[in-house]
Design a protein around this ligand. Structure first.
Ligand code: NAP
Ligand code: 8YV
Length: 317
């Protein structure tokens, strides 16, 4: 155990807390009766921050209160909760958890896609409500014959695509640039991708660069047989436009793991019969959350052991 002070603004898995407690002087900000007063009294001593999406924005305003901060270790591969450029400007390292969750998120995406197209939650409710003896569950749409567009063919997008190759569907993608070693059809705008597809899977990072990348035009291009699956971030989709598209039949259905204002889900979405709604579950297995937590611990341990970061984000690498 060292006296290096680490701040954890919001709870993380118990194993992460225990491991950090053993190595560092860990401060649990959520247990403080007055977080502002704690930061005023102890902020100058904090050298590491263990962050997650529950911790609120990690930005210049927080960095101002933590003048000795050296590293932010994020519990998650997406780090749109952190102003990484502001961190880079101050020489603060930011790390995330790439790789260890790719397969889990890809599995979940396939499950959500099938659940949405074959209406599995609706069918489960049908059985529980005792309706099966009275009439068979209505026939569903199908995955057969579809073209699936992946918006963001990165580490997770590629794992999703690899799984979908086993489903005998056509695959296409959009990113800011064409990837030389990828054989799937490339489209140079989200609208062009949606026009070519009848399933659109969003798995890009969140933040300003991708805000409302899926808007009313993209949804119109996806079409009346179209299915949207969003496992990226809620900010990537214009949520009111999506609700309108689902209500009016502009698209067929949506499977959503993420929302604009988590954990709030708009009543209009809850009321729709043609959506499957998950509470941000992409990486949420015990196995994968443990691996993510270990990587947070390992990044902090490596940094304060003088060995540098293990998984720095590009802005601060
Ligand atoms: P990654 O390897 O960095 O891949 C991101 C992909 O998005 C890249 O292919 C990139 O391609 C593309 N992209 C980035 N900005 C873009 C833009 N403005 N327009 C179009 N494409 C863009 O990241 P990853 O590890 O696959 O993770 C992706 C995201 O998934 C995370 O950042 C996180 O938000 C989300 N996620 C969600 C869950 C969940 O629980 N639902 C779990 C894990 C991750 P180009 O560079 O060619 O544009
Ligand atoms: C986590 C995620 O739910 O890694 C990400 O980007 O969205 C998820 O794995 C989230 O980061 C937990 O804080």
């Amino acid at each position: 155990m060292t006296d290096t002070a680490i701040l954890m603004p919001a709870p993380m898995p118990a194993a992460v807390i225990d491991a950090l407690d053993r190595r560092f002087a860990l401060h649990r900000l959520w247990e403080q009766p007055d977080a502002g007063a704690f930061l005023a009294d102890h902020g100058a001593a904090i050298r590491g921050l263990a962050a997650n999406t529950l911790a609120g924005r990690v930005d210049a305003a927080l960095f101002d209160r933590l003048p000795a901060l050296e590293i932010v270790a994020n519990f998650g591969v997406g780090y749109d909760n952190i102003d990484a450029r502001a961190a880079a400007d101050r020489g603060i390292m930011v790390t995330n958890t790439p790789g260890v969750l790719d397969a889990e998120v890809a599995d979940l995406t396939i499950g959500l896609l099938l659940a949405t197209i074959r209406r599995l939650p609706q069918a489960d409710r049908y059985v529980r409500e005792g309706r099966w003896p009275h009439a068979p569950f209505p026939l569903s749409p199908t995955l057969r014959g579809r073209t699936i567009g992946i918006l963001g063919l990165g580490a997770i997008g590629k794992q999703i695509a690899r799984r979908l190759e086993g489903f005998d569907v056509r695959l296409a993608y959009h990113g800011r640039s064409r990837q030389a070693d990828v054989a799937y059809d490339y489209h140079d705008t989200p609208v062009a991708l949606a026009t070519a597809c009848d399933v659109l899977i969003a798995i890009v990072p969140g933040g300003g660069g991708t805000r409302h990348l899926i808007d009313a035009d993209v949804l119109r291009a996806l079409g009346a047989n179209g299915v949207l699956v969003n496992v990226a971030r809620g900010s990537v989709v214009d949520e009111p436009a999506l609700i309108e598209a689902l209500q009016s039949g502009t698209i067929l259905a949506a499977g959503l793991d993420v929302y604009a204002d988590e954990p709030s889900v708009p009543d209009a979405l809850l009321a729709l019969p043609n959506v499957v709604l998950l509470p941000h579950l992409g990486s949420a297995s015990e196995h994968t959350r443990a691996a993510m937590g270990q990587l947070v611990v390992d990044n902090l341990t490596s940094w304060f052991g003088g060995h540098g970061p293990l998984t720095p984000v590009p802005e601060t690498a």
